[in-house]
Design a protein around this ligand. Structure first.
Ligand code: CA
Length: 231
């Protein structure tokens, strides 16, 4: 009953994939609604008010990215993209449109469920997250600007705290490079990816057990970063 009867709307034209998703999600206690196309999906999202959407990017009667953009005009509902491995630019467009995360087809069931739960947590927390972050034995209190591990206090700069805060707001999910630049550096610095890279590098050197092989602040190539918290 981990799903606590959350309703998941699957917008996907491939009936076989919808069936697999339904079986998987129902086995975890979720309720599932299915739509085979973009138009139907948008109508169902309005009528059924799902707690989360899984949206395929390639739909017969429209583009998944457009579906996401239309949804975001009125709903903050968590949206996960179902994408083929080959559609990197499309994936990025989906994030710009407001997707929260993606699952690559063919997907691994545990990974899909983990992403679904992370997205639902984000939905439930809204903007009131941001107390303590736990990364291994490191504890970071972003509101009090305080970080420590077993070895003692860790000094983080205000900029580093703000990047962490932004990643933590969507913990477990992807935060795009553009989103980080916009929120931390401001809308006039969307091209300043070097500053972001340096900041991430510094955060890793302070917080990761092996900064060269990060396990907490991970890179999503071509998209952005993901904060992995303790399970
Ligand atoms: Ca498709």
């Amino acid at each position: 009953m981990t799903g606590a009867m959350h309703l998941v709307l699957v917008i996907e034209d491939d009936a076989a994939i919808r069936g697999v998703l339904r079986a998987l999600l129902e086995s975890e206690g979720f309720r599932v609604a299915e739509a085979g196309g973009a138009v139907r999906g948008l109508l169902d999202a309005r009528a059924q008010r799902p707690d989360l959407l899984l949206v395929d990017l390639g739909l017969p009667d429209g583009d998944g990215v457009t579906v996401i953009r239309r949804l975001r005009e009125w709903s903050p509902v968590p949206i996960l993209v179902l994408s083929a491995r080959t559609s990197e630019p499309q994936k990025l467009a989906a994030f710009e449109a407001g997707a929260d995360d993606y699952v690559t087809k063919p997907f691994s069931p545990p990974e899909l469920l983990a992403r679904v739960r992370a997205a639902l947590r984000r939905g439930a927390q809204g903007s009131q997250s941001g107390h303590e972050i736990a990364l291994g034995d490191t504890r970071i209190d972003v509101s009090r600007r305080h970080a420590r591990n077993a070895a003692g206090e860790i000094h983080l700069t205000p900029l580093e705290y703000r990047v962490l805060e932004c990643l933590n707001r969507q913990a477990g999910l992807i935060v795009t490079q553009r989103q980080l630049l916009k929120e931390v550096w401001g809308p006039n610095h969307l091209e300043d990816s070097r500053g972001l890279r340096v900041c991430i590098k510094n955060l890793r050197s302070k917080l990761e057990p092996q900064p060269q092989r990060p396990v907490y602040i991970v890179t999503e190539p071509g998209l952005g970063y993901r904060l992995r918290l303790n399970e």
